[in-house]
Ligand binder design. Structure first.
Ligand code: MV4
Length: 499
């Protein structure tokens, strides 16, 4: 089957990413937009665009009916959900299927099977996928929970059965704290998921967060290795890598086989990700499967030379994946830095405003996946990811050096970003030695704030604006790195910490 026109039910950088893949495949794209982003890059990038409602996601990007109406009105034959929003809602995949459209993702049944965390745990265990030791059924009473916790050994973790994303989770150090933790976790789970069921797991101390990229078509299921996602703060990932420095070829085969078994157990099709905790002793445990394309997919694309969104489009059209020589080994090393609008001086709250100037890095094996351009508004309605800076190089240390160079070229004026945080992290000796786990940034709060040069971005933007004006007026440069006086300025700029 040929896909002729794909509606992208998303916005920002992932919508732009999907639209680009569609164009390369000769497929027309339809963007959707709300009142808050009708002139955003994803709208300008697409062949057609459809308004779906007011700014609030609940009134637009989360409205299944509005998305389906846009798809029918624009004569799209398929819908790509991106990540977030409706991407992992089984009802959405089902509604798309019922409307006679192609959902670019797994079946609604596979999404549903992975969505219920305790049910998925049981299924995975039955399929031989290692899960964290713990209960298979929700906790019903405190004495029963205490018996199980004692058998597992403290510390244990209380988790929401409907869970995911860290909500309704509690670490419990000993038997006295168990009762209160069960009560508060159940209340939080009720509020977050409308389901108060909770269960127990052994708490894994200082693990890494590793995830395996899976790709499945009608004929086969393969994995494209791991991504190291341990650098996170409050469940928001900030930097990802492929491969992980903690994963040997043998361990990659083992975790990869577990991920393939997990996907096969639910009849998975398309691109998906299995999340694991990797303990210091090399043992690993399945956490959950994300049934969508992920933010950090580009590091896998660089390490494996595969265009994952293209593969999604091909698989949805029934063409099968292009990956034929498999198993495949990663080549070199890739790093992604998420560039987020947030203000360290204001409790890391999202920073909003108009992007006044944006200069994005380039060069060999440097990729910018962005969702905003100069002139665009960053509002509090949507997530704070402005774009992703991704590099690839022959090994990890070269990739770190390349990323530091690329970050030195990034200029964002108008909103505060975490750009300087990334520079501090990449310069850190412990990070450079690969000594990371999910608590790294809790221990290293010193990296979160620093003596940043407050005028750095503004100065670079002014220099760019002056150079632009010089070019326009075709006159001798007033400010430049070249020429007699320009040389002075350039040297001074560097000494002041321009870069
Ligand atoms: C855990 C854990 C330690 N032990 N389970 C957090 C989100 C949810 N998907 C699973 N999570 C965790 N489960 C056991 N038995 C630690 C975490 C965890 C975590 C996992 C992945 C990435 C970041 C994290 C941050 C804090 C806690």
């Amino acid at each position: 089957m040929k896909l002729n026109r794909v509606l992208v039910a998303n916005r920002g950088e992932i919508a732009v990413r999907v639209i680009r893949a569609c164009r390369e495949e000769g497929i027309e794209s339809v963007a959707v937009y709300s009142d808050a982003d009708r002139s955003s890059p994803h709208v300008r990038a697409a062949d057609l665009a459809w308004r779906i409602g007011p700014a609030r996601p609940a009134d637009s990007y989360l409205r299944i009916k509005a998305i389906l109406e846009a798809a029918v009105a624009s004569k799209a034959d398929a819908i790509h959900p991106g990540y977030g929003f409706l991407s992992e809602r089984a009802e959405f995949a089902e509604a798309v299927e019922h409307a006679g459209l192609v959902f670019i993702g797994p079946s609604s049944a596979a999404i549903r099977a992975m969505g219920d965390k305790t049910a998925a745990r049981q299924r995975m265990r039955a399929a031989g996928v290692p899960v964290v030791p713990g209960g298979t059924e929700p906790v019903t009473d405190v004495p029963g929970a205490q018996v199980l916790a004692r058998a597992l050994g403290y510390p244990v973790m209380v988790k929401a059965s409907a869970g995911g994303g860290g909500r309704g989770m509690r670490v419990v150090a000993g038997p006295d704290a168990l009762g209160p933790a069960l009560t508060s976790a159940a209340a939080e789970a009720e509020k977050a998921f409308g389901d108060r069921r909770v269960y127990l797991e052994k708490f894994i101390e200082r693990p890494r967060h590793i995830e395996i990229q899976v790709l499945a078509d009608f004929a086969k299921t393969v994995h494209l290795g791991e991504r190291e996602c341990s650098i996170q703060r409050r469940h928001q990932k900030l930097l990802e890598e492929a491969p992980s420095s903690a994963v040997s070829p043998q361990l990659r085969r083992d975790i990869g086989s577990a991920a393939i078994a997990a996907a096969a157990a639910v009849g998975y099709r398309g691109a998906g990700t299995c999340e694991f905790l990797l303990a210091a002793d090399g043992s690993f445990y399945f956490l959950e499967m994300n049934t969508r394309i992920q933010v950090e997919h580009p590091v896998t694309e660089f390490a494996y030379g595969v265009d994952l969104v293209r593969e999604q489009l091909r698989i949805a059209a029934g063409k099968g994946m292009t990956v034929s020589e498999w198993p495949m080994a990663p080549r070199g090393h890739s790093i992604e830095c998420r560039i987020i609008s947030e203000d360290p001086a204001n409790g890391f709250l999202p920073s909003t405003g108009t992007i006044r100037h944006l200069r994005t890095p380039s060069g060999p094996e440097v990729r910018w996946d962005g969702g905003v351009e100069a002139g665009d508004e960053v509002t509090r309605h949507y997530d704070s990811l402005l774009g992703k800076l991704v590099v690839h190089a022959e090994d990890r240390s070269a990739a770190i050096r390349r990323m530091r160079r690329a970050l030195s070229e990034l200029v964002v004026v108008g909103v505060a970003t975490n750009q300087a945080f990334h520079q501090r992290l990449l310069a850190d000796p412990a990070f450079q030695r690969g000594e990371v786990d999910i608590q790294f940034l809790e221990r290293r709060t010193d990296l979160l704030t620093g003596a940043d040069d407050p005028a750095r971005n503004l100065r670079l933007a002014v220099a760019a604006a002056l150079a632009e004006e010089d070019r326009r007026q075709r006159r001798k440069p007033a400010v430049s790195g070249a020429g007699e006086n320009g040389g002075e300025w350039s040297r001074a700029g560097r000494l002041e910490g321009l870069r």
